[in-house]
Design a binder for this molecule. Structure first.
Ligand SMILES: Nc1ncnc2c1ncn2[C@@H]1O[C@H](COP(=O)(O)OP(=O)(O)O)[C@@H](O)[C@H]1O
Ligand SMILES: [Mg+2]
Length: 351
């Protein structure tokens, strides 16, 4: 038996310890402590490149505090919820209160939320992950959120996360001053730090200590591929598959060496394993990280790869969505019918 607990190698696993994020975690925790003591907390802006523990650190701190602090914590990826109404609705639902998902006005939802918080006597801290969309589409939502604190006379704070520091430049001065943001920078990990992180995961994952050199190889691969921890985890997962095929009880350097060339980036492998030609082409277009409307994507596709019908393209987009490679979003607010926005999930991008 190779594994003790295979699950800890999955990127969704939230670790019990996060080496080299102690400072950031402490700073976040300090802020929530203020909140718990009913003192005025700071609103926080976290930034740094992908795959270096931004989301995990916030979830880590939220998990710690949710249990005993009397603070309600909500994690929201604002790609999915990028209007004030959608955000407020999501927060009410997270407090386990029923509310129709559509049909109520912003003020009605706000009133409901204020009423609930007053009743529960609970402060609120909301993490807005991938906040870029929200800032571009409806930054008044931020204003509305932090003002809830005044209505309920309980502390309310937001933690915003982005890959880009300069997204803040898009905020209106009025909103900047109402937020009064404290910035927390997440710097890329060094090789040694990456090794520590992967090492901890290995200790939990495998029955026997891995062979000397295994962690170094995986960490090095992750660092040279852009510094995303998920790449290192992917190396370990793939290598363990080889080890299992060979009925090895120990993960060895030879297993890692056999898979390194296949772990170009996390997404690369998924692409190779699952996609047909058209889908690969679509992914290649979206790989620039931009958001496309379906019409723009169709134009670009025809431009670069030749004729395809809109129906066929949408069919492939649906499949890419089903396998979790892209996100789509509908906008029905425009005057000329619905618009579909499409983008590659960040973590799936080619490096
Ligand atoms: N310091 C760390 N210790 C343990 N795991 C980490 C650490 N930093 C990142 N990870 C892991 O790396 C993966 C990517 O982290 P994530 O927080 O999603 O990155 P980001 O939000 O910065 O893009 C997750 O599986 C996370 O658990
Ligand atoms: Mg993240």
């Amino acid at each position: 038996m190779l594994f003790k607990n295979e699950e800890v190698l999955s990127p969704e696993y939230l670790p019990e310890i996060m080496p080299h994020r102690e400072n950031q975690i402490q700073e976040l925790a300090r802020n929530i402590e203020l909140l718990a003591k009913n003192k005025k907390p700071e609103n926080i802006f976290i930034y740094g490149p992908p795959g270096i523990g931004k989301t995990a650190s916030v979830k880590f701190v939220f998990r710690q505090f949710e249990e005993f602090s009397g603070i309600h914590t909500v994690y929201i990826n604002t790609w999915d919820y990028n209007t004030t109404s959608a955000l407020l609705t999501k927060i009410v639902l997270s407090l386990n209160y029923p509310i129709p998902r559509r049909g109520l006005s912003k003020d009605e939802i706000l009133e409901k939320l204020v009423e609930i918080l007053k009743k529960l006597k609970k402060g609120l801290i909301v993490c807005l992950d991938e906040v870029d969309q929200l800032i571009i589409k409806d930054q008044n939502a931020l204003y509305d959120l932090v003002r809830i604190g005044q209505y309920v006379e309980l502390p309310v704070a937001v933690v915003m996360i982005s890959n880009f520091k300069n997204i803040l430049a898009r905020l209106e001065p009025r909103i900047v001053s109402s937020l009064g943001l404290t910035e927390i920078e997440f710097k890329p990990y060094t090789l040694i730090e990456m090794k520590d992180i992967l090492n901890e995961r290995c200790k939990l994952a495998f029955k026997e200590p891995v062979e000397e050199g295994v962690v170094f190889l995986c960490a090095n691969h992750a660092i040279t591929r852009g510094g995303d921890v998920r790449v290192g985890l992917e190396c370990l997962r793939k290598a363990s598959r080889i080890a299992e095929e060979q009925s090895s009880d120990k993960l060895k350097v030879e297993h890692v060496k056999a898979v390194l060339k296949d772990v170009k980036s996390v997404k690369m492998q998924i692409v190779k394993d699952n996609l047909n030609g058209v889908e690969k082409n679509i992914v290649e277009i979206l790989n620039d990280g931009k958001t496309y409307t379906s019409t723009e994507l169709l134009d670009e596709y025809i431009n670069r790869f030749g004729q395809i019908s809109q129906v066929a393209l949408l069919e492939h987009i649906k499949r890419l969505k089903d396998i979790g490679l892209i996100k789509t979003k509908e906008d029905r607010t425009g005057s000329r019918g619905r618009k579909v926005y499409i983008r590659l999930l960040k973590r799936k991008r080619f490096k």
